[in-house]
Design a protein around this ligand. Structure first.
Ligand SMILES: Cc1ncc(COP(=O)(O)OP(=O)(O)O)c(N)n1
Ligand SMILES: Cc1ncsc1CCOP(=O)(O)O
Ligand SMILES: [Mg+2]
Length: 211
């Protein structure tokens, strides 16, 4: 667990949305633009490819002191000694993830409603991902969006750091930041953009303006 975890601008990868560019290119550009934490999230690649990607991103991000979080795959997180793991409500239970990852690693948990946020207060997670805030084409298997009202309710009761995800872009992040979240997580608003560095810079500026 980390006290100094900076969730301000959280990049989540998606090879399918990267317009043929490599993860390394997107991530390097995005970090230059102001991304503070990166999640490797790939749903349709083999274990070997996932492992090689994770290893390569660790090599890129470790010297820059930017944490790499692995989505879903605890085995890959352990194999590359990643900084952390992100789990959802249908993934491995938190207690198992913590036991295997160890107390010093970052563990993030998706929270989709108030009841789950209350349950998360019983766990030593490092952050919760409020998911989804708005509807998005990037992830189809999602519950009803929280909207700003749902985000505010969760902020009112949670003891954890929070990151908002789902449909975030430069037009709506100011209003989401005003709810009191600690950061914004994006896929398409960076990885699908013509210039990922500029896109990240713009989002980071808006976020810091609201902090
Ligand atoms: C920061 C962050 N928040 C939420 C999610 C969603 O996780 P999950 O519900 O497990 O869904 P998948 O991403 O695994 O499809 C996330 N990945 N990151
Ligand atoms: C991984 C994930 N979890 C909830 S919504 C989402 C996708 C967010 O993608 P985008 O930022 O393109 O809306
Ligand atoms: Mg998951």
């Amino acid at each position: 667990m980390r006290d100094n975890l900076d969730l301000s601008l959280y990049l989540v990868t998606d090879q399918k949305l990267s317009r043929g560019r490599t993860h390394e290119y997107i991530v390097e550009q995005a970090v230059r633009g102001g991304v503070t934490i990166v999640q490797l999230r790939e749903k349709d690649v083999s274990s070997r490819v996932f492992y090689e990607l994770a290893k390569s991103l660790m090599g890129l991000l470790r010297p820059l002191n930017i944490p790499l979080i692995i989505n879903d795959r605890l085995d890959i997180a352990l194999a590359v000694e990643a900084d952390g793991l992100h789990i959802g409500q249908s993934d491995l239970p938190y207690a198992v993830a913590r036991r295997l990852m160890g107390k010093d690693k970052i563990i993030g948990l998706s929270v989709e409603n108030l009841a789950q946020a209350r349950e998360a207060n019983e766990l030593d997670v490092d952050y919760i991902g409020l998911s989804p805030v708005f509807s998005t084409r990037t992830k189809q298997d999602i519950n009803k969006p929280l909207e700003l009202s749902g985000v505010k309710e969760i902020i009112g009761i949670t003891k954890h750091k929070t990151v908002a995800i789902g449909g975030m872009n430069s037009l709506n992040i100011e209003s989401v930041m005003k709810t009191g979240v600690d950061g914004i997580a994006v896929v398409s608003a960076i990885v699908s953009q013509e210039n990922p560095q500029e896109a990240a810079f713009r989002l980071a500026s808006l976020i810091h303006h609201e902090k």
